[in-house]
Design a binder for this molecule. Structure first.
Ligand code: PLP
Length: 412
């Protein structure tokens, strides 16, 4: 009899996005004329930079001739891309990362979900709340958690991100072995200071722990004092792995290209306490289960680092940051407290009420779709996430409608 992995039965259904879709559909059926504006999604809306498109097309063209055709490439990625990443994303910022420590992949979702395969089943996990659900769900699938009770799985130390700690979790009072951090954060949009990140690295060193640092939104950081990579922090090479993606940086959500950085000095231990190189383990995993990102896509990603690519990527991000600034300005004028939107595409708004009720109010009265924070964890219950991934016209229109709905007499 074929049997299932029963850990899958512990997973909570992706209730959030299904429920949002159902509520939007019901509203549309009752109001067929209404024009809905979606500020709920985490997907980009603007085209790829033209430098990437040109390189992409050239890459495709090379596949059309026997002389320049390419079959399987290196599983870890072509050196033309890994070298550019090492120099531009790390070395120029003083981070000591080399191209052979970079693993190119087809997404940070896969990498941040797959990485847990390298670790023992009974390690102690520290996972933020609210959180990008992949970190949690992949550990549930692997059997590292207990049952789901009152909004939380057993056997996980939840790192609460709340107004009281500025949405940057405090160090756990007990030792944790594997720690997930994401900055700029999805869903809160919060960022972490150099000092706080240093304290996490110091904690990991003291506890022989490992930090998985998701920097998928680093391109949104404009404040020069904030770290863009954990490898800008002293000691991080021994205790951290970083995930990066071209998805939000350059609009690659549908094109698929990302990378994971595993320094050669980063170690984990067997039950006897013997050290093992995580670089070697990830290399083994990656080359066994993955056959590389397509050549034209890697050429397109390489163009992000060309002179024109850099200018175009900055313009792309600036566009969304302008939207985010507008959302911040409007929410502030309406008297809401929020975080994010300055070095991040997301604004996390304290809705002073139940997140679903507030979601319904914005949908039914303003025709604007947001994301209720409760879908990202227990700590998100009184919050909604507003995304800046849309056109400026739509964001302006949505904000005008929200202003009309909520202000100036709205009392929360
Ligand atoms: N990490 C975070 C925090 C994200 O929000 C997302 C996408 O929304 C990803 C990773 C996934 O990125 P990719 O498109 O590279 O799979």
């Amino acid at each position: 009899m074929i049997r299932i992995n029963e850990n899958y039965l512990k997973l909570q259904s992706s209730y959030l996005f299904v429920e949002i879709a159902n509520r939007v559909k019901a509203y549309q059926q009752n109001n067929p004329q209404a024009e809905i504006i979606r500020l709920g999604i985490g997907d980009v809306t603007r085209a790829l930079p033209s430098a990437c498109i040109q390189a992409f097309q050239k890459g495709v063209q090379e596949m059309a001739s026997d002389a320049t055709f390419r079959g399987y490439g290196p599983e870890q990625g072509y050196n033309f891309l890994r070298d550019k990443i090492a120099v531009n994303d790390y070395q120029v910022r003083g981070a000591d990362i080399h191209s052979d420590e970079i693993f190119v992949s087809d997404g940070s979702k896969c990498d941040s979900g797959n990485i847990q395969e390298l670790f023992a089943g009974d390690i102690r996990l520290a996972i933020p709340d609210p959180v990008y659900p992949v970190y949690l769900d992949t550990n549930v699938m692997a059997g590292r958690t207990g049952e789901f009770i009152d909004g939380r799985y057993d056997n996980i130390f939840y790192l609460d991100s709340l107004p009281e700690n500025g949405f940057v979790p405090d160090l756990p009072p007990e030792p944790a072995d594997l720690i997930y951090l994401c900055f700029p954060n999805n869903p809160t949009g919060a960022t972490i200071s150099r000092e706080m990140l240093q304290s996490w690295v110091d904690y990991a060193r003291a506890n022989k722990a490992l930090i998985l640092f998701d920097a998928a939104y680093e391109a949104f950081i404009r404040d020069q004092t904030l770290p863009r990579s954990i490898f800008e922090i002293e000691g991080a090479r021994e205790v951290a792995i970083e995930f990066r993606s071209f998805s939000k940086t350059a609009g690659f959500t549908g094109t698929r290209c990302a990378f994971t950085v595993v320094p050669k000095t980063c170690m984990a231990y067997d039950r006897k306490g013997q050290k093992h190189s995580l670089h070697a383990l990830w290399n083994r995993r990656h080359s066994t289960k993955f056959n590389g990102v397509s050549y034209p896509v890697q050429k397109a990603a390489e163009a992000v680092y060309s002179d024109e690519g850099k200018v175009q990527v900055r313009e792309l991000i600036d566009y969304y940051l302008t939207n985010a600034a507008l959302i911040r300005q409007q929410m502030a004028a309406l008297g809401f407290e929020f975080v994010g939107g300055e070095n991040s595409p997301y604004i996390w708004v304290n809705c002073k009420s139940d997140a679903w009720e507030f979601f319904d109010l914005l949908l039914k009265k303003a025709g604007v779709v947001t994301t209720p924070g409760s879908g990202f964890g227990k700590c998100g219950r009184g919050f909604i996430r507003i995304s800046s991934f849309n056109s400026l016209e739509n964001v302006e229109k949505a904000m005008a409608r929200i202003r009309e709905t909520l202000g100036p007499h709205f009392s929360g």
